[in-house]
Design a binder for this molecule. Sequence first.
Ligand SMILES: [Zn+2]
Ligand SMILES: [Zn+2]
Length: 312
Amino acid sequence: MCHSDLHVVDGDWERPANVVLGHEGAAIVEAVGPDVPRDSSREGDLVVLAWTAPCGNCAACRRIEPWLCTEPRGSGHRLRAGDVRLRRVDGTPIGAYSGIGTFGERQVVAHEAAIPIDPGTPPELAALIGCAVTTGFGAVVNTARVRAGESVVVIGAGGVGLSAVMAARFADAGVIAAIDRSELRPSEVDTIGDLTEDGADHVIEAIGLTETVEQAIELVRPGGTVTLVGMTPQGQRASFDVYRLVEDGKQIRGSNCGSATPEVDFRRIAALYAEGRLPLDLLITERIALDGVPMALDAMRAGDGARRVVVY
Ligand SMILES: [Zn+2]
Ligand SMILES: [Zn+2]
């Protein structure tokens, strides 16, 4: 379960009702449709489900920026435009969130959204690779491009933030600090300043609160890079001192889905886990059944724990 599901449940984002939520999941392929290319996943494969499976044709895809695809498979929460596979008993169509709707025991997804990975990967961890891990890892490795020895401050110690911490370790960063909103007080900000002399080379904002976005810009050193990966409710605006930002040559980058290419980054992350270089097991707070979803949403509202995984 991901915070983005909570944003939808709480009405922070404009999304249609009548969808099966859940967009961070993995599955075993039970059957493959007749027109699926031969090099796609096959029966029995462990697949990570991609909530943004690029179309391959739009301007962003042609620039090889698939994370910015404007027509990903599953957009409009349909398999394809008008293609509905789920219905209520009375026949009313139901969408599948981002085309994968993982809060269910079975789902029909586009073949582009089912990325086979190392079958030895524990399925619960494969699920996390579908969103939180790739988002946090990608923010550090793909978007911020952290290099060896650089200092990294991560704001937010949930699933995405902790994945960013692991990625910073993987990238051989120097000082790595994680702070959570409940602890972020002016004294802590000073402490971070002490750790990194004139501020951090990189600050990764992984909560999605305007106040921590503004603090991220304060915490980064002159010439450093702020990478925003946490999602706020729609329409929120943050402010910063324009003069200082320009004078200090700071950069602010947005990172959607960790600037990731699903078929590349999902497999890479699974391989790094297998090599013992990303301790993804530490992200799982609790394994729950499907009927535990409302409880898990409450826990997220309270900021309790990293990841709860529904095991079917
Ligand atoms: Zn997510
Ligand atoms: Zn596209």
